[in-house]
Design a protein around this ligand. Structure first.
Ligand SMILES: Cc1cc2nc3c(=O)[nH]c(=O)nc-3n(C[C@H](O)[C@H](O)[C@H](O)COP(=O)(O)OP(=O)(O)OC[C@H]3O[C@@H](n4cnc5c(N)ncnc54)[C@H](O)[C@@H]3O)c2cc1C
Length: 361
C-alpha cells in the first residue's frame, strides 16, 4: 500500500491514495486480514537524485503524510545492507503491506452477502449505448449505469461505448525476482529508489510480502499484448504492430525521460542487467541470490494520442449512462475504496445505479 507522497498536489492520485491507504488498513484491521507496517525507506541511487528527497518531503507535508529524513549513520544502523548514493534516506513509517487476494476475497464475500451478483469468466462482446444494452458472455443485459473498470482493456471497452477515443493502451510488463532467503541480506523496511517523477514507474524496489518473502522488481519492459505476461503469450500481430508503432514514436519524440526509461529497462530484461539495477540498492546482492518467480503483472498504462504523452494520473471519463475508469495504474489498488467513493459521488447519480436486467440468453 503506497502512502501517497509521490503525487503532485491537486492530482486525483493525491486526493485518493493516502485516504484509500488509511481505509484499506482499517478494513484489514477490522477483519483481521494480514497487514504489516514495515515502513518504506526511499534512497537516492544517484547523487543527482538528492534534491528529489526535498521535493518528496514537501509533497508529504502537503498531503499530511508523516516522513522523516534519515542521516548516514542512522541509515547504516537501520538497514546495514542498503546503499544510498548520498548516505541519506527518507523514511515513510506508514507504508504497509497487505494480501491483495485476502482483501479481494473479503470484499467479494461481503458483496455477495449484500446480494450483489458477481459473474466471472465472461467477456464484454457488444454494447448498444443508446438503448443501454450490452452483451456479456452471450447474455444480453440492460443497464442503468455501466461502470467500466476493465484494467488493461478499459480503453477498448470505453471505445465500445463511444468514449475515451483519444486514449490507447501502451502496456508494460512488470516482472519480479525473489530474493534467496539464504542470501544473508536482511531488510526491515521496504526499500525504494528515489523515483524519476517524470515517468509513472517507481523503479526496481524490494517488497516484503505478508508471508515474509522478499521480491525485487518490478521491471517496466514493453509488453507486446495486453495479456503478454511472458514470451509470446497473448500476442497478436495487429496489437503487437500497434504497440511497436507507439513505442517507436515515443522513442523518436523522446519526451518526459522516455529514452532514459527505455535504455534503463531494456538492460533489465536479462537477469544480469536486472541484478545491476538491484545492486544499486543492495550492494551485497549477487546474481545467484535472484530466484525466478511467476510474479508478473501488466501495467495498464494509457497514452494520450492527442498529446503523445503517457497519462500520469488516474483518469475517469463520463459517457452516456456510463463511467469509464481509464488508467487505473498503481496506486489504484491502495486507493480503491477512496477512488470508488469519488466515482460514485462525483460521476454517478445514485438513481441511475439500477440493477442490470437479464434480457435474453
Ligand atoms: C507490477 C505491478 C505492480 C503494482 N503494484 C502496486 C502497488 O504496490 N500498489 C498499488 O496500489 N497498485 C499496484 N499496482 C496497480 C494495481 O495492480 C492496479 O491499479 C489495479 O489492479 C487496478 O485494478 P482494476 O480493478 O481497475 O483493474 P484490474 O485489476 O486489471 O481488473 C480488471 C478486470 O476487468 C476484466 N476485464 C477486462 N476486459 C474485460 C472485458 N472485455 N469483458 C469482461 N471483463 C473484462 C479483467 O479480467 C479483470 O478482472 C501494480 C500493478 C502492476 C502491474
Amino acid at each position: 500500500m503506497h502512502s501517497g507522497i509521490y503525487y503532485p498536489p491537486g492530482s486525483l492520485k493525491a486526493r485518493v491514495c493516502a485516504q484509500g491507504a488509511r481505509e484499506l488498513a482499517q478494513y484489514c484491521e477490522e477483519r483481521q486480514l494480514p497487514l504489516h507496517r514495515p515502513g518504506k525507506l526511499l534512497v537516492p541511487v544517484r547523487a543527482q537524485d538528492a534534491s528529489q528527497l526535498g521535493l518528496l518531503e514537501s509533497r508529504a507535508a502537503a498531503h499530511g503524510i508523516a516522513v522523516q529524513r534519515i542521516d548516514r549513520d542512522t541509515l547504516g544502523r537501520m538497514e546495514p545492507d542498503v546503499r544510498s548514493a548520498t548516505g541519506e534516506a527518507l523514511l515513510v513509517p506508514n507504508t504497509a503491506v497487505v494480501s491483495p487476494s485476502a482483501v479481494l476475497d473479503a470484499v467479494s464475500r461481503e458483496c455477495q452477502d449484500a446480494s450483489v451478483d458477481i459473474r466471472c469468466g465472461g467477456r464484454l462482446e457488444r454494447v448498444e449505448p443508446t438503448c443501454q444494452r450490452l452483451t456479456w458472455a452471450g447474455v444480453g443485459l440492460s443497464y442503468g449505469h455501466a461502470i467500466n473498470c476493465a484494467g488493461a482493456h478499459a480503453d477498448t471497452v470505453a471505445h465500445h461505448f463511444g468514449a475515451g477515443r483519444r486514449y490507447t493502451l501502451l502496456p508494460f510488463r512488470g516482472a519480479y525476482w525473489r530474493l534467496d532467503p539464504h542470501s544473508g541480506i536482511r531488510l526491515r523496511h521496504l526499500i525504494y529508489p528515489v523515483p524519476d517523477l517524470r515517468v509513472p514507474f517507481l523503479g526496481v524496489h524490494t517488497t516484503t510480502s505478508v508471508t515474509g518473502d522478499v521480491y525485487l522488481g518490478p521491471t517496466a519492459t514493453p509488453a507486446f499484448g495486453r495479456e503478454n505476461y511472458r514470451g509470446l503469450q497473448g500476442i497478436t500481430l495487429t496489437e503487437a504492430g500497434r504497440i511497436a508503432a507507439l513505442l517507436a514514436s515515443q522513442l523518436i519524440v523522446g519526451r518526459d525521460g522516455f529514452r532514459r526509461l527505455a535504455w534503463q529497462e531494456s538492460a533489465r530484461i536479462s537477469k544480469r542487467g536486472f541484478g545491476v539495477a538491484a545492486r544499486a540498492l543492495l550492494p551485497g546482492l549477487r546474481i545467484e541470490h535472484l530466484l525466478a518467480t511467476d510474479k508478473v503483472g501488466i501495467r495498464a498504462q494509457l497514452l494520450d494520442r492527442t498529446t503523445g504523452r503517457l497519462v500520469m494520473d488516474f483518469l475517469v471519463e463520463r459517457g452516456h449512462s456510463a463511467t469509464h475508469v481509464l488508467n487505473a495504474i498503481s496506486p489504484a489498488f491502495t486507493s480503491a475504496f477512496a477512488l470508488a467513493r469519488h466515482l460514485i459521488d462525483g460521476y454517478i447519480e445514485q438513481r441511475s445505479l439500477n440493477e442490470m436486467v437479464e434480457l435474453e440468453r
